[in-house]
Write a protein that binds this ligand. Structure first.
Ligand code: NAD
Length: 504
């Protein structure tokens, strides 16, 4: 463990964060909400909350840009060139963005710089390339007619983002929305506004026309609801918790707005005795502790075949206890603080829950003692419990922290029943070198993604999203194309057609 006496802030942030609408920073007028550095609990900035009238301005700016800026009509070459500029500027500022993100999220700088910000930049390159390869459809089977199917920008998109990977996830939504010619209003989580505020500023510095991307900040029920309910918003892309997703989908449903919902998970990481144990162990640790354990696609239920369970758990516990917790600015740090004190307390409260329902605490379960300022931070030890069965709360609730629940199975059918036995269905992991077992599991698992013998890999070309309570719709190349465009069928006769002469 690190034992820094005082913690240096990763960067000096702006004193306050306000909306950015039509290319202009708004003055702070709403209530001010504190922004906190999770590594030492210090308030580092303030967020000016946008109320419904400010959200209205943002949506109007997006609508105006959609109708008058020429963005939807831009030639492919020009849009491609602009997206590449957005890629370049994001990459050029990766260190600054990572520092800002670290300051309100607490994920290690190394992870933020090397994974999150490179991904944020790549999102623009990916969609720049994708739009260069979109295809249309032609139907000419009906004699005398040809019908073509064209896709058009859908309009103004509301993009509502979570706090666990703010820039990496929100940039995907922004890149997809604008690549297909839409304009948008982004609402980051009120907990993590810092990097995204600078990010939207950078997009303008790179030359993006005013009003194409607008930013509003504030709490979900205030700013978020005003945005998704706004009559001039045409579609809503949401990433966050399942309960929030239901609320937003209901609001959007009343107004018949299309939505994508990327929601929570309680993913199974199934490790059969036929797996490569060393690799499965490395991946299980990454699967639950990466991003400080705060990831929708975490392998948070680790299902072990009985013959390997004792050995696997012993080695997992030994490695967990050696994970380096501490200052997220240090390259050696493997686990930083959780995003807030309230979230840390909730995560750790599951230790009591586990014990009351007959589980066994295997490792961690408390607040580490790190010394100095870090003791005011929101740290939780890497934690694992052995659960008596899959029906327990630790196996059903999304804990969203460095907290693994182990389950032991005897047969293939038992493993699959456990894996599928939650209300979620985001991702599943399967570890086995026995091909027939892998093929069967891939077929039987009820989740939007199955990763075989690998930790998480996000293939942007392929659809990503969940079954059941894990979501609605998909994100990814073609999935985003379908979501962010309206489809129009145009039918033209290939030669003059005979028309009935009514009233002749
Ligand atoms: P959250 O649902 O609390 O908040 C997400 C966003 O919604 C925030 O911007 C919040 O302000 C806003 N919001 C809250 N209430 C709202 C309302 N009534 N109307 C409009 N907006 C509202 O989620 P979170 O705590 O920020 O993120 C963690 C959750 O996100 C976890 O459940 C995690 O699994 C999920 N997540 C899913 C994916 C995925 O791709 N499936 C990725 C990352 C995170």
């Amino acid at each position: 463990m690190n034992s820094a006496a005082t913690v240096a802030l990763p960067i000096t942030p702006p004193a306050s964060i306000t909306s950015l609408i039509g290319g202009k920073r708004m003055p702070a007028k709403g209530p001010l909400l504190p922004v906190t550095y999770p590594a030492n609990g210090q308030v580092v900035s303030q967020l000016a909350e946008a109320d419904a009238s400010e959200v209205d301005l943002a949506v109007k700016a997006a609508r105006h840009a959609f109708d008058h800026s020429g963005w939807p009509q831009l030639t492919l070459e020009k849009r491609h060139a602009m997206l590449m500029k957005l890629h370049d500027i994001t990459l050029a500022h990766a260190d600054e963005l990572a520092r800002l993100e670290c300051l309100n999220l607490g994920v290690s700088m190394r992870e933020l710089r090397e994974r999150h910000m490179t991904r944020a930049a790549y999102n623009f390159r990916f969609f720049a390339e994708h739009i260069s390869h979109t295809k249309g459809q032609v139907y000419d089977q009906s004699a005398g007619y040809r019908s073509i199917v064209v896709r058009e920008p859908a309009g103004v998109a509301a993009l509502v983002a979570p706090w666990n990977a703010p820039t990496a996830l929100a940039s995907m939504k922004v890149a997809a929305a604008i690549a297909f010619g839409n304009t948008c209003v982004l609402k980051p989580s009120e907990q993590t506004p810092l990097a995204l505020s600078r990010f939207v500023e950078l997009l303008h510095e790179a030359g993006l026309p005013d009003g194409v991307v607008n930013l509003v900040n504030g709490r979900g029920p205030v700013t978020g609801e005003a945005l998704v309910a706004h009559p001039d918003v045409d579609l809503v892309s949401f990433t966050g918790g399942t309960i929030t997703g239901r609320r937003i989908a209901a609001i959007a449903g009343e107004r018949l707005k299309p939505v994508t919902m990327e929601l929570g998970g309680k993913s199974a990481n199934i490790i059969f005795a036929s797996a490569d144990m060393e690799r499965a162990l490395d991946a299980a640790l990454v699967g639950i502790y990466a991003n400080n354990g705060q990831q929708c696609l975490a392998g948070s239920r680790i299902l072990l075949e009985r013959s390997i369970a004792d050995d696997f758990i012993a080695r997992f516990v030994e490695r967990s206890a050696r994970i380096r917790i501490g200052d997220p600015m240090l390259d050696a740090t493997e686990l930083g603080p959780l995003a807030s004190a309230r979230h840390r307390d909730r995560v750790l409260s599951f230790v009591d829950v586990a014990c009351k329902e007959g589980g066994v605490l295997l490792t961690g379960g408390g607040r580490p003692s790190l010394g100095g300022d870090l003791d005011n931070g929101f740290f939780a030890e890497p934690t694992a419990v052995l659960a008596p069965n899959n029906g327990t709360q630790v196996c059903q609730d999304e804990i969203f922290g460095p907290f693994a629940a182990f389950l032991v199975f005897d047969t293939y059918d038992e493993a699959i029943a456990m894996a599928n036995g939650t209300s979620f269905g985001l991702v599943s992991y399967v570890w086995s070198d026995h091909l027939p077992t892998v093929e069967r599991a891939v077929r039987d698992l009820r989740s939007g993604v199955v990763w075989v013998n690998t930790p998480m890999v996000r293939e942007l070309r392929a659809p990503f999203g969940g079954y059941r309570d894990s979501g609605l719709g998909r994100e990814g190349g073609e999935a985003c194309e379908q979501f962010y465009t309206e489809v129009k069928t145009v039918t033209v006769p290939s030669s003059p057609v005979t028309i009935r002469k009514l009233g002749a």
